[in-house]
Design a protein around this ligand. Structure first.
Ligand code: ZN
Length: 441
């Protein structure tokens, strides 16, 4: 028996109906839920996360029920199609035994606590920082080669701190943030020289103004208005209305106005391995993140350009936002991602200690995470949301910048890093490891 594609949930349930009579409930429920989610997801990263978890849960199921399960043709066929699909969904599929961590220690604010920038022009600032990052990566590459401990079975993880990419206003435009990964690719970071490197280019900040419509008389609340068809937008007596208009629910004669909630701030970690790219959005905003908790948003172009100073508000879908997320599951486009068969977790700064539980944003996923990455500004490693032996790597941009590695459960001689100054940059590279990659749960 062979599956051409991952079976739909109904097919899978039907094919395993005999096994289900003696199956262990919770493991099978997880497999069912992930197969169902697989068919609801559109991103190849999400599909990779889910199939990797199905694989683990099949192993758990086999451990509980033994050869009745592992030799069953349906289970064998599912494992085979998952291996095939994972290959299709991954641009590369290397097998790494160990990781080496390279922290780019660089301060993200000036000594007077201004946002560090090369230019008041955000575009110039972004390109200069990409250039500085490239020099830091080249330095790290030489440092790894000089260690005498490198091999193709060693994944090199280079990470810069939170807030590396932001300019004079505290935030870039969305377009500028979207051009960072292509710029780094253009500088060679997606090429063969770095096929065994995973880059985390720190985080970048993008802001956009969030507006709402309300009644000027009844108050600044979006519930004061309703949207009705605009009678003047009807092209013919029987035609459709092209537009809607806002009117006060209490009195249609009341004037309507636009108000602003503030600037929605997106703080995203930019991740690249070869042609594979991923972004993780930070959920929590800290009081030390933005001066006065405000950012400037630039609107318009040329002489129509205006700068608005707005309160920083959390991104949509985050735990702090007024707009709830469609998915609470961190594997569905959140802080859990799978590359080359390794499951990574990422918590950006405050996400490490807040969010869904006392164990941080990724606490509930600890049993699957092999490498936990924490780009931050003013944060230490406080807890260990990963498997035993998991590598926890933190790079912090406060002061002159620091980096740290904790291996969960490590005893004996303390783990230390080795630093060198990185030419053509304002910082240093600190090398940690190599450390063996633990098995995932
Ligand atoms: Zn009104």
């Amino acid at each position: 028996m062979r599956y051409e594609d991952i079976p739909k949930l109904a097919t899978w349930k039907n094919d395993t109906s005999v096994l289900r009579r003696s199956a262990s409930g919770s493991t099978l429920n997880k497999i069912d839920a992930d197969i169902d989610n697989y068919w609801k997801s559109y991103s190849s990263m999400v599909k990779r996360n889910l199939l990797t978890d199905v694989n683990s849960n099949i192993r758990n199921w086999e451990n509980i029920n033994g050869t009745t399960v592992s030799f069953h043709p349906v289970v064998v066929a599912l494992k085979e199609v998952i291996t095939r699909k994972l290959r299709e969904l991954s641009p590369s599929a290397y097998r790494y035994r160990q990781v080496m961590c390279l922290g780019f220690r660089v301060g993200c604010n000036t000594v007077t606590d201004e946002y560090f920038r090369y230019s008041p022009n955000d575009g110039v600032d972004m390109r200069k920082k990409c250039d500085e990052m490239m020099h830091a990566i080249r330095c790290a590459q030489g440092f790894v080669a000089a260690s005498g401990m490198d091999s193709d079975e060693t994944l090199k993880i280079f990470m810069a701190p939170e807030f590396y990419f932001r300019g004079a206003n505290g935030a870039y435009s969305h377009d500028l943030v979207a051009s960072i990964l292509p710029t780094m690719t253009g500088l060679g970071m997606g090429g063969n020289a770095y096929e065994h490197w995973l880059f985390v280019y720190g985080t970048a900040i993008a802001a956009s103004e969030e507006e709402f419509t309300c009644c000027r008389v009844c108050g600044p609340n979006p519930n004061t208005v309703e949207f009705i068809r605009d009678p003047t937008s009807r092209l013919s007596a029987t035609g459709i209305h092209k537009k809607t208009q806002a009117v006060c629910k209490t009195n249609p004669a009341h004037p309507i106005e636009m108000r602003t909630y503030g600037a929605e701030v997106q703080n995203v970690a930019l991740i690249q391995k070869g042609t594979d790219m991923h972004m993780v959005v930070k959920e929590y905003i800290s009081g030390i993140d933005y001066k006065g908790n405000q950012v400037n948003v630039i609107e318009g172009k040329g002489k129509n350009r205006i700068v608005k100073t707005l309160n920083a508000i959390a991104p949509q879908g985050s735990n702090m936002s007024r707009i709830a997320s469609k998915f609470q599951d961190e594997r569905m486009g959140g802080g859990v991602f799978t590359m080359d068969g390794i499951t990574f977790g990422m918590e950006i700064c405050l996400d490490h200690i807040q969010s869904t539980g006392a164990a941080g944003r990724l606490g509930p996923y600890a049993s699957t995470i092999q490498v936990l990455l924490i780009p931050s500004y003013g944060m230490d490693i406080t807890h260990h949301s990963c498997v035993s032996g998991g590598v926890i790597f933190n790079v912090d941009g406060r002061g002159a910048g620091t980096s740290n590695v904790v291996v969960k459960g490590h005893t004996g001689v303390p783990i230390t890093g080795t630093s060198i100054a990185a030419p053509n940059t304002g910082g240093q590279i600190e090398r940690w490891g190599p450390f063996p990659i633990p098995r995932r749960g």
